[in-house]
Design a protein around this ligand. Structure first.
Ligand code: S3P
Length: 165
């Protein structure tokens, strides 16, 4: 089986995923990384040059290419659930875990980040809340389990996932 981590930017998908994969002896994969390698540029550059729609399609292609995979922990981009195609591909790929972090904590973690093109400008907390209002119902509907990553301890989150799955 595979374990798929979903959640907002800064929720700890990559850090938790790496630890979890190590503990389980699974491979660790990250859809953002797959897309960056394939396109030979960073996610930020892909967004700037090709736009969000193109990026979502790249996510779809990456998920299709992972079909048949077994024994991997897969971290995903925070917006992967926005596409219905992506949601159904994720569903068929493995057990989905939502890493849930509150907006104020997300803001603390991503405030000085310049690598994430969709991070809102201006009144960031309100903007993050607005994005989360759209995404959270999708995360919740897609996930088989929810892990709170509010305290920012990826080892703890990984241990909890191991216990539950
Ligand atoms: C995005 C999140 C990013 C990356 C891209 C878009 C989003 O991944 O996929 O910049 O739409 O929230 P992380 O969640 O790993 O930051």
């Amino acid at each position: 089986m595979n374990i798929i981590l979903i959640g907002f930017m800064g929720s700890g998908k990559t850090s938790t995923g790496r630890i979890l994969a190590k503990q389980l002896g699974y491979k660790f994969l990250d859809t953002d990384q797959i897309i960056e390698q394939k396109n030979g540029m960073t996610c930020a550059k892909i967004f700037a040059q090709r736009g969000e729609e193109f990026f979502r399609k790249q996510e779809t292609t990456a998920l299709k290419e992972l079909h048949g995979l077994d024994g991997a922990v897969i971290a995903t981009g925070g917006g992967i659930v926005l596409s219905a195609d992506n949601r159904s591909l994720l569903h068929n790929l493995g057990a989905i875990v939502y890493l849930k972090t509150e907006p104020a904590e997300i803001l603390k973690r991503v405030e000085n980040d310049t690598t994430r093109p969709l991070l809102p400008q201006g009144n960031k907390l309100a903007e993050i809340q607005k994005m989360l209002d759209v995404r959270q119902p999708l995360y919740l509907a897609a996930a088989q389990c929810i892990i709170a990553t509010q305290t920012g301890q990826p080892e703890k989150a990984a241990a909890e996932i191991c216990k539950i799955l």
